[in-house]
Write a protein that binds this ligand. Structure first.
Ligand code: PLP
Ligand code: SF4
Length: 440
């Protein structure tokens, strides 16, 4: 495959993208206002191979990567636009945008309060340990991506609000923590995108887990990445591509399960020659590829898109894993699909694929108590209800217990749901008093 050099565009240089001449002045203006609040970065592969420029206004890939006017509430849009009009001082832009950002729930699901573990009285800011078996690790060198998704719930990490970053410099403390916590079988490298790292740096992070000296109980290493979608050349022609694949092979040959948790939001992302070859090369190392995406208005809110995507993934030897609901942060109002509609989309998509594709779980909300799946809408004693259950719980005992919420056609997230048949959800009493289980 021919080598393609990575070229990134952001607010500073996006006008040098040749296709930008298709945008009206108003569209450019909207983009500038919104990307003063939300991060914006795109690259030559996304621009040249994923976006359909003949129909970019309705194009899912354009919507996934170029900030849209509707992502800001009208009063926030006006606030930002006014500052841009009235001042040339970048410091003023920053004050205005930080003020807006602070109103967009930058820390959903109690990420800062609950999930940061400690060791010897020291907070491990680069870790999150919420579910018993799995620790999330945010390597400090993986806190960016090859391109940014407009819906991303990690947006505060990319907009320079330094104090909001969860990142840890060294793996030393991570290993120490995992040695002490033998209940942890899964280590999930996340970011940003860990696949933004060069090989040498990435290798440093992985090394301790494939060395025979490590006394952790890690049996699965997961790597959360969108590189297959945004920059498949990482595994093809980039410097270090072959080294990465050899490292993957040495992980799997050690008897460790290596799972690439790949983000794909639309079948288009699976259709280029580059992504197909990259998937093939990774699969040859013995690594699995499991796929996930949120359900997004304007991008993938139709059952045919999902059934097509799952089918294509399975044909490429990937395993469909999660369908998420859009988190309660940032531009949720722009991308969210109501729970009731989400279930319909899910159901129709799920009905149209064979059991081989039905490894996928969802639609699921990642909220403070856990990952809550919408099992469906039903009727009990003439009352319309949502049937829900935990796929993951802060308390492992909550998992797989069905529970009920009052039906609400508009609801887009757990926080507005009311319990059916009682005044509390079964987990609520416990949640108020119980400290996170992962603290000593
Ligand atoms: C989703 C998630 C995990 C992984 O859950 P699985 O169901 O095992 O995939 C781990 N930690 C956090 C905080 C998560 O949100
Ligand atoms: S690749 Fe992942 S972390 Fe990066 S912007 Fe997209 S959703 Fe967010």
């Amino acid at each position: 495959m021919k080598e393609v050099k990575y070229k990134a565009y952001s607010l500073n240089n996006y006008l040098s993208i040749p296709q930008m001449e298709k945008l009206s002045n108003e569209a450019k203006r909207n983009l500038e206002v919104v990307s003063n609040v939300f991060p914006f970065k795109v690259n030559n592969y996304v621009v040249d191979e994923l976006i359909d420029w003949d129909n970019f206004e309705n194009d899912p890939m354009f919507h996934l990567t170029f900030p849209q006017k509707g992502m800001l509430l009208p009063h926030h849009f006006d606030e930002m636009a006014t500052v841009l009009d009235e001042s040339t001082d970048k410091a003023c832009y920053k004050i205005a945008s930080n003020k807006i950002r602070a109103q967009l729930n930058p820390h959903p699901a109690g990420q800062q309060e609950y999930n940061i573990p400690e060791i010897d009285g020291q907070k491990l800011w680069g870790l999150q340990h919420k579910y018993r078996e799995t620790v999330l690790f945010f390597p400090s060198s993986g806190q960016t991506c090859h391109s940014y998704c407009t819906f991303c719930f990690r947006w505060p990490q990319f907009v320079g609000m330094e104090e909001l970053k969860f990142a840890m410099k060294e793996t030393e403390l991570l290993v120490k923590y995992l040695e002490k916590h033998q209940e942890v079988t899964d280590l999930l490298f996340t970011g940003g995108d860990p696949m933004i790292m060069n090989f040498k740096v990435f290798h440093k992070y992985i090394e301790p887990f494939i060395s025979s000296e490590n006394k952790t109980n890690i049996q699965t290493i997961r790597i959360g990445t969108k590189a297959l979608s945004f920059w498949p050349y990482k595994f093809l022609t980039d410097d270090g591509a072959d080294d990465f694949l050899r490292l993957f092979e040495s992980i799997t040959s050690k008897g460790i399960n290596l799972a690439i948790m790949a983000h794909f939001s639309h079948p288009r992302e699976l259709e280029t020659e580059a992504v197909r070859q990259a998937i093939q090369r990774i699969r040859k190392t013995g690594a699995q590829i499991r796929t996930q995406s949120p359900l997004l208005k304007h991008i993938n809110d139709k059952p045919e898109i999902w059934s097509d995507m799952w089918r294509k993934q399975v044909n490429l030897n990937c395993i469909p894993y999660y369908m998420f609901m859009v988190r309660d942060t940032g531009a949720q109002h722009h991308f969210a699909v109501p729970l009731a509609d989400a279930w319909e989309i899910w159901r129709k998509a799920y009905q149209n694929v064979s059991g081989i594709c039905r490894t996928v779980r969802g639609p699921s909300m990642s909220c403070t108590p856990g990952k809550v799946q919408i099992l469906g809408v039903s009727e009990v004693n003439n009352e319309k209800v949502f049937v829900l259950r935990f796929l993951q719980g802060r308390n492992p005992d909550w998992v797989a217990r069905p529970f009920f919420a009052k039906y609400d056609e508009q609801a887009i997230w757990m926080n507005t749901l009311k319990p059916a048949f009682g005044d509390q959800f079964f987990f609520e009493e416990e949640e108020e008093t119980k400290k996170s289980f992962d603290e000593d």
